[in-house]
Write a protein of this length. Structure first.
Lengths: 267, 250
């Protein structure tokens, strides 16, 4: 059944939305959207490195993102520039370097558009394995560190004082984010993966009143968006990433209507 | 005294902490034993919260030494703000650092008088309600060491007295040590075992009666502050119920 490219894309998309849901909630709660975007931008450099050294793309993207995260921590300590400036610097510098390096790889035929916006035709069986094994691993780790990570998200000092070791779990969370970007580049594209993390979670916030509910809703909204997006992509031949993200936007707009109703009731 | 046999929970030895080359506190030492309430007093910016954070290991780059002999710690920070993007109810917040059973949560919320808020969102609470929830959360896990940084800020007057009595009751019932930061000199002098008067360094310390007679204490808080004991150290002929109302003793 995995012979059909569309079936493969569906299975890949479902796998990704199961992971972006819970991880995206933390990204929104911790105000890390720009950080996630920066990691995603650096993925281009990761892909070119993979092509250059002929190694696995997901692995290479993961390594580059992780290096970037460490670089950011160092820059935060050494300079007095605000965080958003540092993130912008790293995001666009790594994107630019990636694009320059691609220019040198003339021997390889390479579809930059597919990389930026995702391409459902490009998903092979190997990718499915990476997405489901990698995604499964990310979810297991997230489940294991849920309590301390959540505590440090609510209040860093409180969790430090009560022995939850927030620094350690914040670092693990960064690694998980890098890993998620690595496995989802092919289907969503590096310019849009941040949208997949943030928009379903933001939508879920409008209809939830506790953390677990928000996680479940953001998974559901992610799944719906992937299905709607991929079928649209097949029907009208649009790029898969933009189609999925457009679907998340529609859901967000719908949730605003519901949210408005709920707030009206409270008045 | 019987105190000698009690377990030491926390020991801070000659701790100094610098931020941008400015000393926030210098050579502060303190010790907390089981069943003991130690209070930090001092003017704004005198390093009370900083001392608490050093004791808790939140600030790590310090000179001196901090040793904690328990891991069961409950902390009520001076300020907690929870962003709207994070939907969290009182009941979710109660189990933040430790899984609690439903009835443990109920008992703790009941003690601080906010059990009716259990399913409300944290972001919808008033300042005083939020403080009560913070205290409830810290005591629900039955800590060995409680660190309370101005725990009753924003709480109404009646509630303030009741909460301080609750804190005292809890220190006896759980036999836990308490590090309390308070501006309320009345409470401090009537309810604590040991007072440390801070102003960047330890100005003076000791039992409440000794501290109020100290010249340095008078310098810091003014002459009126030393009359506090005579005014407030009275024999209780009544007790207070949880909402602060008076129950006459029979």
């Amino acid at each position: 059944m995995f012979d059909d490219f569309f079936t493969r894309a569906l299975i890949a998309g479902i796998g990704i939305s199961l992971v972006t849901g819970p991880l995206g909630c933390f990204v929104v709660w911790r105000r890390l959207s720009f950080f996630a975007g920066t990691l995603a931008h650096s993925a281009l450099l990761g892909v070119t490195m993979a092509l250059f050294f002929e190694i696995n793309i997901a692995f290479s993207v993961f390594i580059i993102s992780a290096v970037l995260a460490i670089l950011l921590l160092q820059l935060q300590k050494k300079t007095k520039l605000p965080n958003d400036a540092l993130l912008g610097l790293l995001a666009h510098a790594s994107l630019a370097v990636g694009l320059v390096v691609i220019g040198f790889l003339t021997s390889i035929r390479f579809d930059v558009m597919a990389l930026l916006f995702g391409d459902i035709l490009a998903v092979n069986q190997n990718d499915l394995l990476v997405i489901w094994l990698g995604g499964g691993l990310i979810l297991i780790v997230l489940k294991l560190i849920w309590k301390p990570l959540f505590a440090s998200t609510v209040n860093y000092e409180l969790s430090e004082a009560e022995g939850m070791k927030p620094d350690k779990f914040n670092a693990i969370f960064t690694i998980l984010t890098a890993a998620l970007i690595a496995i989802s580049i092919k289907i969503v594209g590096l310019l849009l993966i941040t949208g997949m993390l943030i928009i379903p979670a933001a939508t879920a916030r409008n209809v939830s009143n506790n953390p677990k509910q928000m996680v479940i809703f953001s998974v559901v909204f992610g799944l719906i968006s992937v299905l709607v997006g991929l079928f649209t992509s097949l029907k009208i031949n649009s790029a898969s990433g933009p189609s999925i993200i457009t679907a998340t936007l529609l859901l967000f707009i719908l949730s605003l209507i519901k949210f408005k109703k709920v707030s009206d009731l409270k008045k | 005294m019987e105190n000698k046999n009690k377990k030491i929970l926390l020991k801070v030895e000659n701790a100094s902490f610098y931020l941008n080359d400015k000393a926030l506190i210098k050579e502060v030492s303190l010790e907390i034993k089981q069943g003991e309430i130690v209070t930090l007093i001092g003017p704004n910016g005198s390093g009370k919260s900083t001392t608490a954070k050093i004791a808790l290991g939140i600030y790590k780059k310090i000179e001196g030494r901090v040793r904690r002999f328990t891991e069961r710690i409950g902390y009520v920070p001076q300020k907690v703000s929870v962003d709207w993007t994070l939907p969290i109810r009182v009941i979710d917040f109660m189990s933040l650092t430790e899984d609690l059973k439903n009835d443990q949560i109920n008992v703790a919320l009941n003690l601080t008088g906010v059990d009716h808020l259990k399913n409300k969102s944290l972001s919808n609470l008033s300042g005083g309600e939020f403080q009560r929830v913070l205290i409830a959360r810290a005591i629900a896990k039955k800590p060995e060491l409680l660190v309370l940084d101005e725990p009753v800020q924003g709480v109404d007057f009646k509630g303030e007295i009741a909460l301080y009595e609750l804190i005292k009751k809890i220190s006896e019932k759980l036999n836990c040590g308490i590090l309390l930061i308070s501006h309320d000199l009345h409470v401090v002098m009537s309810a604590t075992d040991f007072v440390i008067c801070l102003n960047g360094h330890v100005c003076c310390s000791g039992k409440p009666h000794t501290v109020v007679k100290d010249e340095k204490y008078k310098e810091l808080f003014g002459d009126r502050a030393s009359n506090i004991l005579s005014l407030y150290e009275h024999e209780h002929d009544h007790s207070h119920s949880a909402d602060g109302s008076i129950d006459p003793k029979k």
